[in-house]
Design a protein around this ligand. Structure first.
Ligand SMILES: CC(C)(COP(=O)(O)OP(=O)(O)OC[C@H]1O[C@@H](n2cnc3c(N)ncnc32)[C@H](O)[C@@H]1OP(=O)(O)O)[C@@H](O)C(=O)NCCC(=O)NCCS
Length: 101
């Protein structure tokens, strides 16, 4: 149905901040799987001792993802103007999102 990965956002002195990536099978999207993956990843990251979770590239036009992460307590802490080259939309902004654990 879906999967995620949690890893250090940076090696060495940045390794206390986690980074994660998520993917839900197209046939299951909109069924709450992404929310469960997000909630679970935050729990295991906290248990693993990470101080925060940072997403380095959330595509601004990915409205479902932006809504989901904000509803789980993430803030947009930065915007990379035109940071993502979207196949259909051209260059769109990319967000850096962060949540303290
Ligand atoms: C982003 C992704 C992980 C979300 O997974 P999902 O299983 O579809 O998410 P959920 O069903 O848990 O829905 C999450 C929320 O997004 C909302 N949502 C979905 N599409 C939306 C849209 N176009 N606009 C606004 N909100 C939207 C849902 O209503 C839900 O909010 P709610 O619980 O407050 O009602 C999934 O769509 C995916 O794998 N996308 C492709 C890869 C990707 O974008 N990964 C994340 C990169 S940051």
């Amino acid at each position: 149905m879906g999967a995620y990965i949690v890893k250090p956002n940076q090696p060495g002195h940045g390794a206390h901040i986690a980074n994660a990536a998520y993917m839900v099978d197209a046939g299951w999207r909109g069924s709450g799987v992404g929310r469960q993956l997000g909630e679970h990843s935050l729990l295991i990251a906290k248990d693993a001792g990470y101080h925060g979770m940072q997403y380095n590239m959330v595509v601004s036009s990915n409205k479902g993802a932006v809504h989901l992460w904000q509803s789980l307590g993430f803030d947009i802490i930065g915007t990379v103007p035109g940071g993502f080259h979207h196949a259909g939309e051209g260059y769109v902004d990319a967000y850096i999102m962060f949540k303290k654990l």
